[in-house]
Design a binder for this molecule. Structure first.
Ligand code: NAG
Ligand code: NAG
Ligand code: NAG
Ligand code: NAG
Ligand code: NAG
Ligand code: NAG
Length: 390
């Protein structure tokens, strides 16, 4: 192996060729493990996303791979077509030939050509479809981006290469764009798209960054919109699910009654659930695309549905309690006041009896009068008695 590697780096077969003027063919960093390799004139045609070569001699098998993944058999022994050709990310395209005599040779190239400082490119580009029709992508400013760098974002259908420029940018505090939003993607099919961010600067070239995906793969589901209603005996939960790319859902409802442990109820495709005599409970819901992903939980809803018996009890109980409490108060008041007046009757104020006898009757009478008055003010019922006495 070590010898082979040495051979790789010592062979004069390696060359670096820039793409030709029309950009159709590029041959760069082509390394052949052996000058006896039957592969010659190795080249990438960007417009057709096809790798071509010429074969010299008899071969038994030829395979192509990108970044050493998923080897596929060559077409007619002289080309491999790729479904997606990254425009920004460097990939390693390898052709492995097995000759009729059983020897194996690999030839590879890196594509595309890297321009500018890689550290100036937008970093951590990620996108998601959310709230049904929104597509939002965000990225970070490259660590080596010049101060005047500005980013430009594009959405491009991989197959048709139709391109849309970003309609709404979001920028950081320095005015450098770090986000792009498409507010209505309802007309976009679920095909593969390339989200590409390149940049401009007066100082240096800014390489592009890309994110290639099917829009359905990046859809973040929103929780279903649920409404709950109650009558005396039943509670009805109904919900609506909205999604741009999915229409088959499994629903999970987490229901908790009183102090019971919450339980999960699952519904396949049905969008309602009826509980009988549920009393008070809380419920939240989420949607799941089977084997794939689920939405976050909805906010918990607290529902108070009175069961029929409870409602009847409640109907009678409330006035009964009010009546009892009222009675109690009235009773107390009557008792207190009655007791006062009875005391007065049993032990009429001494000053009255002393009245004709005492010399200092005046002051004592005044005192008694004062206490009398205090009693009246506290208890209006007693006042009647006092007045009657007078
Ligand atoms: C290729 O293989 C065929 C049949 O296997 C043989 O007749 C022919 O001579 C071979 N050609 C070369 C260049 O080895
Ligand atoms: C490209 O892939 C080939 C084989 O898959 C490997 O030998 C070679 O080192 C790779 N080149 C780079 C630059 O990674
Ligand atoms: C590719 O090579 C194999 C093995 O030599 C041969 O049998 C086959 O006919 C070739 N295919 C084409 C299309 O040339
Ligand atoms: C950025 O990419 C778009 C779309 O591929 C292209 O039209 C534009 O010329 C590029 N701009 C720069 C500065 O490379
Ligand atoms: C949820 O449904 C209600 C009633 O159907 C509607 O008024 C509301 O706008 C919906 N909310 C969302 C986020 O869809
Ligand atoms: C309460 O709602 C349930 C479910 O919709 C229904 O079957 C039932 O007849 C209703 N009961 C009353 C008393 O309205």
């Amino acid at each position: 192996m070590a010898l082979l590697w040495l051979a790789v780096f010592l062979t004069p077969a390696s060359c670096l060729v820039r793409p030709d003027q029309d950009g159709h063919h590029s041959k760069l960093q082509v390394l052949s493990a052996d000058p006896k390799s039957p592969i010659e004139n190795f080249r990438m045609q960007a417009t057709s996303k096809t790798l071509f070569w010429d074969v010299t001699g008899n071969v038994s098998n030829i395979e192509c791979s990108k970044n050493s993944n998923y080897p596929t058999k060559a077409q007619n022994n002289h080309s491999c077509k790729f479904h997606v050709l990254p425009k920004c990310e460097l990939s390693n395209y390898t052709v492995t030939v097995t000759t009729a005599s059983g020897d194996s040779f690999s030839t590879w190239m890196q594509y595309p050509v890297q321009e500018g400082s890689p550290g100036a490119a937008a970093r951590g580009l990620k996108c998601r479809v959310h709230d049904v029709d929104f597509l939002t992508c965000s990225w970070e400013v490259g660590t080596e981006a010049p101060g005047d760098a500005q980013y430009h974002a594009y959405l491009e259908a991989v197959t048709s290469e139709k391109t849309w420029e970003c309609p709404h940018y979001g920028a950081n505090e320095l005015g450098t764009r770090i986000q792009c939003q498409f507010k209505d993607i309802s007309a976009f099919a679920n095909v593969q798209y390339r989200f590409l961010v390149n940049g401009t600067s007066t100082e240096s070239r800014i390489p592009c960054s890309e994110f290639i995906t099917y829009l359905s793969h990046i859809e973040a589901l929103s929780p279903p919109n649920m409404t709950v209603s109650c009558n005396k005996s039943h509670s009805v939960m109904e919900w609506k699910m909205s999604s741009r790319f999915y229409n088959m859902f499994q629903y999970e409802l987490e229901i908790q009654k009183g102090t019971d442990r919450p339980y999960i109820h699952r519904e396949d495709s049905k969008t309602s659930l009826v509980l009988s005599n549920p009393g008070a409970y809380t419920v939240r819901i989420r949607a799941r695309v089977r084997f794939y992903q689920s939405s976050p939980w909805s906010a918990s809803q607290s529902v108070v549905c009175h069961q029929e018996e409870d409602a009847d009890l409640h109907f009678w109980l409330t006035p009964l309690v009010i009546a009892l409490v009222t009675l109690l108060f009235v009773g107390c008041a009557l008792f207190l006041c009655k007791r006062y007046s009875v005391l007065q009757k049993l032990f009429p104020p001494i000053p009255h009896m002393k009245d004709p006898l005492s010399d200092n009757m005046h002051s004592e009478r005044m005192l008694a009068w004062e206490s009398d008055r205090a009693g009246q003010e506290e208890c209006p019922v007693a006042k009647v008695h006092v007045l009657e006495e007078k």
